[in-house]
Ligand binder design. Structure first.
Ligand SMILES: Cc1cc2nc3c(=O)[nH]c(=O)nc-3n(C[C@H](O)[C@H](O)[C@H](O)COP(=O)(O)OP(=O)(O)OC[C@H]3O[C@@H](n4cnc5c(N)ncnc54)[C@H](O)[C@@H]3O)c2cc1C
Length: 431
């Protein structure tokens, strides 16, 4: 089998992975990013979701995440230079009610990621259409990650590995303890409908059409109405499908993808035939992948808990700040709001470096939605801007460990925090 050697291997080029790869390379170590899709961006580009949630502390409007996520927003023309507050963002791309900001075009995000990766080609290489599919582990170290792509199988030998697969694939295959929530949050196929002329009755009628389709057995599950006009006034971006499944089970994941696609078309057809404003509409596209909210999370050296969010537990080794509300999507129908439970809104809270450090393997970090957090806490820490901040911290840590000839599992998170602070990244928990 062919072998590639690198200092740092980042598996998964999603929200966490793109930030991890850039920060590792910018810190001067040889970095390889592998991604199963033909582009980076994860949820943003593989599912089509434009939101950068977790950036803004809703009550105060101030940013609790800066670094690479903010740089991306600046490069996409969403945030001003030196932006610190929701008022420094493009006003047509924010919702103050949610403390939310979105990018105007997800295709542009693919292009920007490519440009940034290529700009750092002295230290950073990307392999798209490449899937991590196994690991070799010896005496508590990952000695190689096996990747599959058009070259066949390749062994990648890396000094440090960062698992940004969202599903904790690498950690799981390496034998690190992981957990799953019960029940898992459902999957959602996002899709877009063009040439919609919304009128006063549109939202209500759309909701009623979904309720009827569900009652009459055409739509097994949904959240409704789930329609948003984020990209253009006549283009409807739909969040309404809801498919309970375990995306770490290949057969169940396939079933969910097929069901999500079918449900998206059912919703489109119901609206086109029954809802004012949709008469001349057309189905633009879905996905290209169904969106996965919730699968494995590592049980790391520290576990972020609901109590940590309620008490805003301080950590010397904080490497990021979370602030999103408890956004728990149930695997059943909900109307008007997508989440259930209190929707508790935490004050900005510290996230410890040790939530990225799995048990049992010393040269692995896990960043993004599969970092170490309880079900409730992860409903807040899983969002995109927070995931990017975790990725940036992991990339910085992997570079520090490589340069100091140690391993990420041994590194002191306080040093990672200091390195992030020097780059105007890391935790911004205190105002
Ligand atoms: C339907 C849906 C709606 C959401 N809505 C919002 C929202 O409105 N706002 C918000 O902020 N957050 C939202 N989230 C949550 C948020 O998007 C994710 O939690 C966030 O993307 C986590 O980032 P990540 O990097 O961990 O995972 P991802 O962004 O999903 O990235 C994981 C990447 O790893 C790749 N990958 C997976 N396995 C492998 C492998 N074995 N080998 C190689 N590559 C692999 C994937 O292709 C993907 O690119 C939503 C999530 C879903 C599913």
């Amino acid at each position: 089998m062919k072998t590639i050697q690198t200092d740092v291997l980042v598996c998964g080029g999603g929200c966490a992975g793109i930030a991890a790869a850039l920060s590792s390379a910018r810190n001067g170590v040889k970095t390889l990013l592998i991604e199963r899709a033909g582009f980076s961006g994860g949820i943003i580009t593989t599912v089509g979701l434009p939101y950068f949630d977790g950036l803004i502390d809703k009550p105060s409007g101030r940013f609790v995440v800066k670094g690479i996520p903010l740089e991306l927003l600046q490069k996409l023309g969403v945030a001003k230079e030196g932006a610190k507050h929701i008022d420094d963002l493009r006003p047509d791309l924010i919702t103050k009610y949610w403390g939310s900001v979105w990018i105007p075009n997800i295709e542009e995000f693919k292009l920007l990621s490519d440009e940034l990766i290529l700009k750092h080609s002295d230290h950073l290489t990307v392999l798209y259409h490449s899937m991590a599919c196994d690991v070799e582990e010896k005496e508590g170290r990952i000695t190689a990650v096996i990747i599959a792509n058009k070259d066949g199988l390749t062994r990648v030998e890396a000094r440090q590995v960062i698992d940004c697969t969202g599903d904790g694939d690498i950690a799981h295959w390496a034998g690190c303890p992981t957990i799953k929530s019960t029940p898992l949050m459902p999957l959602t196929m996002h899709f877009r409908i063009g040439n919609v002329v919304p009128v006063k009755e549109t939202k209500d009628a759309a909701k009623k059409a979904l309720i009827a389709a569900h009652k009459e057995g055409r739509l097994p599950n949904f959240y409704g109405p789930g329609l948003i006009f984020a990209f253009a006034k006549d283009e409807c971006y739909v969040h309404a499908t809801r498919v309970p499944a375990d995306a770490t089970d290949a057969a169940d994941f396939t079933r969910a993808e097929i069901q999500g696609r079918k449900d998206a078309w059912t919703i489109f057809n119901e609206w086109k035939t029954k809802v004012p404003g949709f008469e001349n509409s057309y189905y633009i596209m879905s996905g290209p992948y169904i969106g996965v909210r919730d699968t494995r999370r590592i049980v790391g050296l520290n576990v972020l808990t609901l109590e940590d969010l309620q008490k805003t537990t301080p950590h010397d080794d904080a490497i990021a700040t979370g602030c999103w509300f408890l956004d728990i999507h149930p695997p059943e129908v909900t109307l008007d709001k997508p989440f259930t439970g209190s929707g508790f809104q935490p004050k900005p809270y510290d996230i410890s470096y040790r939530t990225l450090v799995p048990q049992k393997v010393s040269n692995l970090l896990v960043a993004g939605r599969c970092h170490s957090a309880s079900s409730e806490a992860s409903a807040s820490s899983r969002v995109t801007a927070t995931a990017m901040a975790l990725g940036e911290a992991a990339g910085t840590a992997a570079a520090l460990a490589t340069k100091s000839k140690t391993e990420v599992g041994i590194l002191n998170g306080v040093n990672v925090r200091e390195a992030l602070t020097q780059k105007n990244a890391g935790p911004f928990t205190d105002a």
